[in-house]
Ligand binder design. Structure first.
Ligand code: MN
Length: 229
């Protein structure tokens, strides 16, 4: 029989872990950090609204559905789930990879964009790292667009920091996060058609020329300082 003390301890544990309470789903859609039309004319307001409110929300909802019954998994961040994907129960692995990847990728994506007048330039150590790895910002943006253009079907182009603190530019299918391969994502370009089809239809190259005008270089620079230290 449970002592009163054990019950109190259990209650305290439960209170300390809101994720374990059925009413509170472990993951929530982050607010867009600007208005839907902030990226006009490069990315249109309707695309932003549907992309954030519908597509990203669906990744969050589906991730919650997949893991909210598991108290231990519900306590982990989405980044922690992705970093230890191979150690997760087989039954949730695909959902974490796809829905968790979608949630993590889009949560970063919104933050790496901003209105074009505030886009700015890479600064500090990131400037030097882009010079070293790609020959400067312009060359980097050319390579980023080429990588994104080369994705067959749905996926992302990624600038990441690897375990040796080097910049890596590559691409990945679907919602596969760089976290799956031990890297930390710095900047990702979403080339799922839902990211551009309303305004650009099949013209992915035009979308890519536009999106580099609304990169939030202050945010990316600060994130690099954090990841590379
Ligand atoms: Mn997307």
């Amino acid at each position: 029989m449970m002592t009163r003390r054990t019950l109190l301890e259990l209650a305290a544990l439960s209170a300390a872990s809101p994720a374990a309470q059925a009413a509170e789903p472990p993951f929530v859609l982050p607010k867009l950090p600007y208005a839907y039309d902030a990226l006009e004319p490069y990315i249109d307001a309707q695309t932003m609204q549907i992309h954030h409110d519908k597509h990203h929300q669906a990744y969050v909802d589906n991730l919650n559905k997949a893991i909210s019954g598991d108290a231990a998994l519900s306590r982990l961040s989405v980044e922690e789930l992705l970093q230890r994907l191979d150690a997760l129960p087989a039954a949730v692995r695909t959902a974490v990879r796809n829905q968790g990847g979608g949630h993590a990728n889009h949560s970063l994506f919104w933050q790496t964009l901003c209105t074009s007048s505030k886009s700015g330039k890479p600064a500090g150590r990131l400037t030097a790292a882009l010079d070293r790895s790609f020959g400067g910002q312009d060359k980097f943006e050319e390579k980023l667009q080429a990588s994104a253009l080369g994705v067959f079907g749905s996926g992302w182009a990624w600038l990441s920091v690897d375990s040796g603190k080097n910049l890596v530019l590559d691409s990945a299918p679907n919602q596969d996060s760089p976290l799956l391969s031990g890297k930390r994502p710095l900047l990702g370009i979403d080339v799922w058609e839902h990211a551009y089809y309303l305004k650009y239809q099949n013209r992915r190259a035009d979308y890519l020329k536009a999106i580099v005008k609304v990169i939030n270089w202050d945010f990316v620079t600060a994130r690099y300082e954090d990841l590379a230290k």
